[in-house]
Design a protein around this ligand. Structure first.
Ligand code: NDP
Length: 328
């Protein structure tokens, strides 16, 4: 047994500490598959974990990182053999199970998804939990019956990770995408990845009226709070909003008016415990419905030693699009 490079979180007298260090292989947790991690990514939740700004980590020592893509090294699970290319996200990785910012991960084979042939391990993490959550949101809107003919769709936090992938996917599917951002300076970026219109998020930030002018048939919201309340009050009759994030807050100062007077639906999106069949569907749809060129435009690459510093930036809303982390 040797050691491998990892970002380790320890409990301190006050809060937690995070450092890139060597981790002992003997300390890996139970699991029937060991994976050589090639790529990980930086999500908002990873920012919270590595900075200790929220109690994401619930077991110490912890290896941070909620998602990885790599190659199976060893397996006693019937589904997996050495050499298989896999992606893994959620299931408590980086929270209660040793996570992804490491050269090695040991997990349950039941947590893994086989990568579609045309998604590389790097692409998988350029998409990451944020992009896969964006796709879960699109799938929920489709299940509701939304089509491009229903009307425009709104995406909030559009210059962020979930928002950028949602914008790119919805535009490829033929939707008229209204991108809401606090960074109007990123309007060209957002139009480049598929937004038909860019609006200032200040329009959605004040207290929501019970009902307001109908502006969109659907939406993907990664912001929560008054933004989500405004989105609901501006949704057309019979429309739906997929709620997947809380970048502005966990509260929802809304009323029942959009639900009972316009038949609007609020669709909840969870990526962490999402059942395997839905995960497989999401990854397969990402292979077909996310333009590779746009994914490249959305993505910046960093190395493991840059994760902690970049974690501060993602919490400050300064990261554009997606960050992929090179591990090996
Ligand atoms: P990012 O930081 O990349 O994106 C969040 C974006 O939200 C920012 O870029 C910014 O976009 C906007 N934003 C930030 N702060 C505020 C604010 N105070 N008011 C209004 N808008 C704000 O994060 P991710 O895309 O990785 O994640 C987005 C959210 O989704 C997070 O809350 C995350 O926890 C959640 N999430 C949930 C998952 C689930 O399973 N349900 C899975 C993955 C993520 P702009 O500059 O364009 O305004």
């Amino acid at each position: 047994m040797g050691t491998f490079k990892a970002i380790r979180i320890d409990k301190a007298e006050k809060g937690t500490t995070a450092a890139l260090t060597q981790f002992d292989e003997a300390e890996l947790m139970e699991g029937d598959v060991t994976v050589a991690v090639e790529w990980s990514t930086l999500n908002y939740k990873d920012g919270l974990a590595v900075t200790g700004k929220a109690p994401v980590v619930r077991r110490f020592p912890m290896i941070a990182g909620i998602d990885f893509a790599g190659t199976v090294e060893q397996s006693s699970h019937p589904e997996w053999k050495a050499g298989d290319k896999v992606v893994c996200n959620g299931w408590g990785m980086g929270e209660t199970h040793l996570g992804a910012y490491a050269e090695k991960a040991r997990v349950k084979g039941d947590w893994l998804v086989r990568l579609p042939d045309d998604i590389s391990t790097r692409d998988a993490m350029a998409i990451g939990t944020a992009g896969y959550t964006a796709m879960l949101s699109v799938l929920a809107l489709e299940k509701h019956g939304l089509t491009p003919a229903s009307g425009p769709v709104v995406v909030t936090g559009a210059a962020g990770g979930v928002g950028s992938v949602a914008t790119a996917v919805l535009s490829k599917l033929g939707y008229h995408v209204i991108a809401s951002t606090g960074r109007i300076s990123e309007a060209d970026y957002l139009k480049g990845i598929g937004a038909a219109e860019v609006i200032d998020r200040a329009e959605l930030a004040g207290p929501a009226k019970p009902l307001a002018k109908e502006r969109w048939a659907g939406g993907v919201d990664s912001v929560g709070s008054t933004t989500l309340a405004n989105l609901l009050s501006m949704t057309k009759y019979g429309g739906a909003i997929a709620a997947c994030g809380l970048a502005a807050g966990m509260d929802l100062p809304s009323s029942v008016a959009p639900f009972i007077l316009r038949g609007v639906c609020l669709l909840g999106i969870d990526s962490v415990m999402c059942p395997l069949p839905q995960r497989k569907l999401a990854w397969n749809r990402l292979a077909s419905d996310l333009d590779k060129g746009k994914l490249a435009d959305i993505t910046q690459e960093i190395t493991l030693d840059q994760v902690i510093g970049t974690g501060e930036q993602i919490l400050a809303g300064q990261v554009r699009g997606r960050i992929v982390v090179k591990i090996l």
